[in-house]
Write a protein that binds this ligand. Structure first.
Ligand SMILES: Cc1ncc(COP(=O)(O)O)c(C=O)c1O
Length: 368
């Protein structure tokens, strides 16, 4: 049988594996940081209405610039981000992964590099690879915070074209202070200048405000967001960015024409009409996240402080064995490859109880 490496694939793709969080059919799935609550029925009905409307003109290409959707996203950001945002500041794509890919296609690419402070969201490195951008693994402290001095040093040394700052960070849940972002932005401008991409996929769950106001006066700063987490719409595939209008103009150079289908635009617009209801679930999830932190510590686990809808816990002498024991009890969590640590997404109270029971048993087993 022909394998990938028998094909004339690009050298940098040889022997590599695709992104692949396991999608296993188990009762409690807490491994991909999804929102556990299905969309409310009135919203499902509204989506059906808006999609039916869009279906009547599916013979035509969709609005290539997604103006109505970007206007509504700008309104949402203005309302929640403590900073006025206009349609010209916003761009949208199929998930924030596509937003990040477009940014790397525009500002990275062959002969260029990007840096991220690891452990962090593994797709940053994978999207870099897919776009031919060199990847630099920057440092983090033992407690998974970013040391501004060490990060500035790495930026000065490597002079990357793109700097990723993930706040709250995945898989650790760690938020980054605005002062750190300001300092890293200055370092990145002094070194190159380069683009600084703040990935705020989980910001709605944070104890801290969004870093959005930092875009003011910083034309090379981009805030990346998604409807996959707080809006409970991972299946929709809708991500967006806020930045200087020049950044929005620049990504037009690489985006495929009509990349956001009319069905996607209609669905996202319907979801945005129900923002308040959807953000209501965020409050419940934050409370459950805090409960997970407290109860895991009570059981005897080490837990990283979390500003996201997930919690990193450990430390296990054999991470994979611990993951498997929890799975044996019907609960799927994530082994992100951080030695000693696993990550659990905050689910419904019942799902979280099942998870906590599984960890309690695991800890008892380990004591024996
Ligand atoms: C930090 C971070 N950024 C971006 C994404 C991508 O989200 P999406 O492509 O669904 O918007 C994720 C998904 O898990 C993430 O953890």
């Amino acid at each position: 049988m022909t394998g990938i490496d028998d094909l004339p694939v690009r050298d940098e793709l040889r022997g590599k594996s695709p992104y692949g969080a396991p999608q296993l059919d188990v009762p409690v799935q807490l491994n991909t940081n999804e929102n556990p609550y299905p969309l409310p029925e009135p919203l499902v009905a509204r989506i059906a209405e808006r999609v039916a409307e869009a279906a009547r003109t599916l013979n035509r290409y969709p609005d290539r610039d997604a103006v109505e959707l970007r206007t509504e996203l700008a309104r949402y950001l203005t309302r929640t981000g403590k900073h006025p945002v206009a349609v010209e500041n916003v761009w949208a794509a199929n998930g924030s992964n596509e937003v990040l890919q477009q940014l790397l296609q525009t500002f990275g690419g062959p002969g260029r590099t990007a840096i991220g402070f690891e452990p962090s969201y593994s797709m940053h490195a994978l999207i870099a690879r897919g776009t031919g951008t060199g990847w630099i693994s920057g440092p983090r402290n033992e407690d998974f915070t970013i040391d501004p001095a060490a990060a500035e040093k790495a930026i000065a040394e490597h002079r990357p074209d793109v700097v990723f700052i993930t706040s709250p960070n995945n898989p650790t849940g760690t938020a980054v202070a605005a002062d750190t972002v300001r300092a890293l932005y200055e370092a990145a401008q002094a070194a190159k200048p380069s683009m600084v991409v703040v990935d705020e996929a989980y910001v709605e769950f944070s104890h801290r405000d969004s870093l959005l106001p930092l875009v003011e006066g910083r034309p090379n700063l981009v805030i990346s967001r998604t409807m996959s987490k707080a809006f409970g719409a991972a299946g929709l595939r809708l991500g967006y960015l806020a930045a200087d209008p020049a950044v929005v103009d620049a990504v037009q150079l690489v985006r495929l024409p009509y990349h956001l289908s009319a069905v996607t635009q209609a669905t996202a617009l319907a979801a945005l009409e129900h923002t308040d209801t959807l953000l209501g679930y965020v409050e419940q999830l934050k409370a459950e996240r805090d409960r997970l932190v407290t109860e895991l510590r009570g059981i005897g686990c080490e837990v990283t402080d979390s500003d996201a809808n997930f919690v990193q816990f450990g430390k296990f002498p054999d991470t994979h064995a611990a993951w498997q024991r929890i799975l044996d009890r019907g609960v799927l969590v994530r082994d992100n490859g951080v030695p000693g640590w696993l990550r659990v997404t905050a689910g419904t109270p019942e799902e979280n109880d099942a998870f906590l029971d599984a960890v309690r048993e695991l800890m008892k087993e380990q004591e024996r």
